[in-house]
Design a protein around this ligand. Sequence first.
Ligand code: NAD
Ligand code: DAU
Length: 352
Amino acid sequence: MILITGGAGFIGGNFVLDWLADSGAEGIVNLDKLTYAGNLATLESLKDDSRHIFVHGDIGDKELVAKLLAKHQPRAIVNFAAESHVDRSIHGPAEFITTNIVGTFNLLECAREYWNGLDESAKKAFRFHHVSTDEVYGSLSATDPAFTEANSYEPNSPYSASKAASDHLVRAWFHTYGFPVVTTNCSNNYGPYHFPEKLIPLVILNALNGKPLPIYGDGQQIRDWLYVGDHCSAIREVLAKGALGETYNIGGWNEKANIDVVKTICTILDELMPRADGKAYVEQITYVKDRPGHDRRYAIDASKVERELGWRPAETFDTGIRKTVRWYLDNPAWIEGVVSGSYRDWLSKQYN
Ligand code: NAD
Ligand code: DAU
């Protein structure tokens, strides 16, 4: 057994599906609070799979986490659970502090107590894998080298500050208690089951619905895009072979300006689902007010994980984005389920 937190979200959900696609894989206990970002429809195909045990609950719930660990005796924990949306953290940072910092603290403490009670061989084999972000390193100029694991932490948003704090806790639990942790800091993910308030799914769905494609500021901010399946394979590698107490940067070697990402999506849609009026989707692009404190550029140097663990992404941006657009076109039922009341409330708060 392994215990996953946040496994009904975008990356956690993909991780659970990929993991259990292997018929010989160990079972998963999946602890998720089902916030607006958690969606059990993503895990629909597992409803009759006894290897997947879903538990609705909070990583901050000490009693529940302790009970789950005692009952299922996992050999590892992978912590995906977080509040993950930068814009939401600007409107309301409190939940980010509660889940990302206090929640991670609770998980670490419960896991440490459980680990202390294991026999020597189980203790040695145990891993706590913390899933984090490149945003903890702050913002790069156009000419700065990409982030390595040696970059200092300079988080700029309530979201990235809360993730940075959680990374520090994980690091301290290793140094102080010898608790067996690994941390991965990953760049922007995209792919199936992505909640449509983040740039790529938002643009695909707005384009298809004839709505504006909102570009913050001048659209020249750069992100380093990684297909979600590649992030999941990197986590599996690090979980299996990563050195204790180490951090690994995970990225796609795919730096793109936001405006170019949006134009690429428009071009693919022009081909796969042309507009009824024959016009191009780029006509829907609209420049809107910039994000406060918007980081200009992120770029990941993922050479350590390649050198030490042999991991490299399988998808290029061109192959991954095409798969992603195709997936959204082919899965209207999932999208319909996600476009709930709370999501509509968010859109009017953010863009009006
Ligand atoms: P997401 O917002 O799609 O999913 C988060 C999941 O965590 C949801 O299912 C939610 O219900 C659950 N959750 C939230 N609070 C919880 C709590 N207190 N207890 C239990 N479950 C809770 O996020 P995501 O994009 O899948 O990101 C997953 C992790 O990866 C996060 O830690 C994020 O910081 C990190 N990350 C994300 C990206 C990205 O591009 N999306 C990149 C790098 C790192
Ligand atoms: O870098 C990793 C991070 O990537 C993760 O840690 C976060 O959890 C994840 O949400 C993501 O953060 P970003 O803020 O980079 O992602 P988002 O999709 O919100 O925005 C991507 C870029 O697009 C960013 O520069 C802001 C811009 N943007 C976003 C939206 C939603 C727009 O221009 N218009 C928009 O409407």
